[in-house]
Design a protein around this ligand. Structure first.
Ligand code: ZN
Length: 344
């Protein structure tokens, strides 16, 4: 068991943000990435807190190569400044961008490469190498290797090959899993991880703890809730804005099956949840800690720059964390504690 003298709380909170435009290639960098990230950084600096920036590298490389958005230079500068100011730069990959072409004013993404994990090992390696080398150029550090990874659309299955490639490159933490997750269309099934703890070592299957595995999974926090809980007015606004309008009928039917469940995983999403929802999720964890105070509890939340609109909620939530002596840290900060406890 971990015993940290003087530690205020054994709950740490990790804000992670997916730093990207829309998954179909639409949207402007200034509005969907640069501006919201700038406001979020200002807010966190006011609170002396940090977050993890999951930079979707493949799209920036293409946008720069094709010169489709003049804000790319500001975005690259912003990533470098995040790095200098000790916000964590992490790797996020939507591989459908790697072969993308810009034609007649639109991005044509390669959906055959939607899931990194089903590609041949040599191709995975090529994609990861290219992404890391671009990211190193952006942060201006040839030796930089991100500590953490998040797969596009949370797809880190089948895990074995992609995980072995990423581990060889030096990445140590994955945060793609949300417990209870199910997307039949993409063969994503994280239901088996519901029995796992707050984090675990793994090797061949991200769902299965393996104490000798080279990787740590630190999942996005989620709670299994009744379906009606998913439909707050705040989340419905996002679904209507960016929703399923472009999906085929069969895709909608398959996705409909995913929703025909008695319980559904509600991710701790600091852009889409109300303040009340986030506080009540945290209150449960604080209650658990009172019963069993020796367990280290890293709580991972997710947000997207393209969803960031309600800064007031994030501001109030940061104050709530402070009042409860819970620090907002990065994976880098949490890493020694994670290693200390899984070693026991
Ligand atoms: Zn993404």
């Amino acid at each position: 068991m971990l015993d940290l003298p003087g530690a205020a709380s054994l709950i740490d909170f990790v804000f992670t943000i997916d730093y990207e435009i829309f998954g179909n290639g639409t949207g402007a960098l200034g509005e969907l990435v640069y501006e919201p990230a700038k406001r979020l950084k200002d807010l966190f600096q006011k609170h002396k807190a940090k977050f993890v920036v999951f930079v979707e590298v493949a799209e920036f490389e293409k946008i720069e190569a094709y010169g489709t958005d003049s804000a790319i230079d500001s975005v690259k500068k912003q990533i470098r400044e995040f790095y200098i100011d000790d916000f964590e730069i992490a790797l996020h990959l939507h591989p459908q961008w790697v072969n993308a072409r810009y034609e007649r004013g639109q991005w044509q993404l390669d959906l055959n490469e939607y899931n990194l994990c089903v590609l041949p090992k040599a191709r995975i390696s090529q994609i990861v190498d290219a992404s890391l080398s671009y990211l190193r150029g952006v942060v201006g550090q040839p030796a930089f290797t991100p500590l953490s990874f998040r797969a596009g659309n949370w797809l880190f299955q089948p895990t074995k090959t992609a995980a072995s490639v990423l581990a060889e490159k030096g990445i140590k933490i994955d945060s793609s899993v949300f417990k209870g997750g199910l997307q039949r269309k993409n063969n994503l099934d994280y239901r088996r991880s519901l029995k796992n703890g707050y984090y675990w070592r793994f090797s061949d299957d991200v769902n299965e703890p393996d104490e000798n595995g080279p990787w740590l999974e630190v999942p996005i926090h989620s709670e299994m809730v009744a379906p009606w809980r998913m439909a707050t007015s705040k989340r419905m606004a996002y679904n209507n804005q960016y929703g399923a309008t472009s999906q085929s009928t069969s895709d909608r039917l398959i996705r409909g099956l995913d929703f025909l469940r008695l319980r559904y995983p509600l991710k701790l999403d600091f852009c889409r949840m109300t303040l009340h929802e986030m506080i009540s999720m945290m209150d449960k964890i604080i209650q658990e800690e009172r019963k069993d105070p020796k367990v280290y509890r890293p709580i991972i939340s997710i947000g997207h720059t393209k969803d960031l609109a309600d800064f007031e909620t994030v501001d109030s939530f940061l104050s709530f964390l402070k009042a409860n002596r819970i620090e907002a840290v990065t994976f880098n900060n949490a890493f020694p504690k994670l290693l200390a406890q899984v070693a026991n």
